[in-house]
Design a protein around this ligand. Structure first.
Ligand SMILES: C[S@@+](CC[C@H](N)C(=O)[O-])C[C@H]1O[C@@H](n2cnc3c(N)ncnc32)[C@H](O)[C@@H]1O
Length: 269
């Protein structure tokens, strides 16, 4: 299986992921996903494909000291950053390295499974959704999100990568946006045994810093980091200029304001 399929980072990329991708791209969506779970004190919650633990750290205060939070991710570097960040108040968080396809938890281990922007990277999505169902108690809740379109930022960066780095890097970068649509999401969740399935399309304006400075830092936090580092500095500068030009219409003060879209799926086990 190609490594970009599972969105794997190496070297310093997980630290940069926390600083750039988690802060600016994923962070604004996290409170909305957590709110969909209607968490109660004392619940056991799994943050699946937790990355650097954005969702898990929001969940810990919501379920309180009697709750339990587990973050599971395939990537050791992401988990190392998660472990190094200050623990929030509330439930203790356990970080576990493992695959969404075979989680290793006993049946009925959690009241809630949350998964923000992970499903599209799982090489066997039906198996992963069946695992989510298996580890939930009967009546347990799942809330997961996947992007529902290619944002102007992703379109501009994908094209700039194609022109200045190569088609492989462009395809790898764009993999996060190759997602199941609403119909496929519903089918996946229903076929895994979930009921009361709801799919909510969500749109948000996301704020980014001045993009010519931001884009290369952001790319260093993605699976294309080494491909971008391998081209010469003129190509990197041209890439940043290309993105700046393409997104001129979104400049707002000292940064950019851009629309983005995601589908949020909720269901009961
Ligand atoms: C875009 S990041 C999202 C991280 C986090 N949920 C967030 O909101 O910041 C995708 C994550 O999925 C993880 N991942 C990819 N394939 C996986 C698998 N098969 N099992 C577990 N985690 C996986 C990657 O290691 C990465 O941390």
């Amino acid at each position: 299986m190609p490594s970009q399929e599972q969105w794997q980072l190496s070297g310093s990329a997980p630290e940069l992921y926390e600083r750039y991708a988690a802060r600016y791209m994923l962070g604004p969506w996290a409170p909305g996903l957590v709110a969909q779970a209607h968490l109660k004190p004392g619940e056991r919650v799994l943050d699946l494909a937790c990355g650097t633990g954005l969702i898990a750290r929001l969940v810990a205060p919501a379920v309180g000291v009697t709750g339990r939070v587990t973050g599971l991710d395939l990537n050791a570097g992401m988990l190392a950053v998660a472990r190094a960040l200050p623990a929030p108040p509330g439930a203790p968080i356990t970080w576990v390295q493992g695959s969404a396809l075979a989680m290793g938890f006993p049946d009925a281990s959690f009241e809630v499974v949350l998964c923000q922007q992970g499903l599209q990277f799982f090489p066997d999505r039906p198996a992963a959704v069946r695992e989510m169902h298996r580890v939930l108690v009967p009546g347990g809740r799942v809330a997961l999100s996947v992007w529902s379109g290619v944002s102007p930022y992703h379109a501009a960066v994908g094209e700039a990568l194609r022109q200045h780095v190569g088609a492989g890097a462009a395809a790898s970068f764009s993999a996060s946006r190759v997602v199941p649509d609403a119909g496929e999401l519903r089918r996946l969740v229903v076929e895994a045994g979930f009921r009361d399935v709801a799919i909510e399309p969500c749109v948000m304006n996301v704020r980014l810093p001045a993009v010519e400075g931001f884009v290369l830092s952001h790319l260093a936090a993605t699976p294309v980091a080494s491909a971008v580092a391998a081209v010469d500095s003129r190509a990197r500068a041209a890439l940043a200029e290309h993105v700046g030009r393409a997104l001129r219409g979104y400049v707002d003060g000292d940064g950019l304001t851009l629309p983005d879209e995601a589908n949020v799926v909720t269901a009961l086990a």
